[in-house]
Ligand binder design. Structure first.
Ligand code: SF4
Length: 69
């Protein structure tokens, strides 16, 4: 899972920080900063909830790139 945050959309509501504090934080501007772009699988539920709760729809999740074999 790869997380991207669109800081142009973020309004600093902070729900992502409250929901998944190991993954998101606020920077000095009060906007989202992604601490872990590829978080541990145990955090996936929290990250998905944070994405759903974000009022600005600023968070996007992608499946991790498949490894070439
Ligand atoms: S929940 Fe959305 S709007 Fe609020 S800080 Fe996180 S990314 Fe920004």
């Amino acid at each position: 899972m790869l997380i991207t945050a669109d800081r142009d959309r973020c309004i600093g509501a902070g729900l992502c920080v409250l929901t998944a504090p190991d993954v998101f934080e606020h920077d000095d501007d009060g906007l989202v900063h992604v601490l872990e772009q590829e978080p541990d699988a145990r955090l996936e539920g929290d990250v998905r909830l944070a994405q759903q709760l974000c009022p600005a729809r600023a968070l996007a999740l992608e499946s991790a790139s498949p490894q070439s074999t």
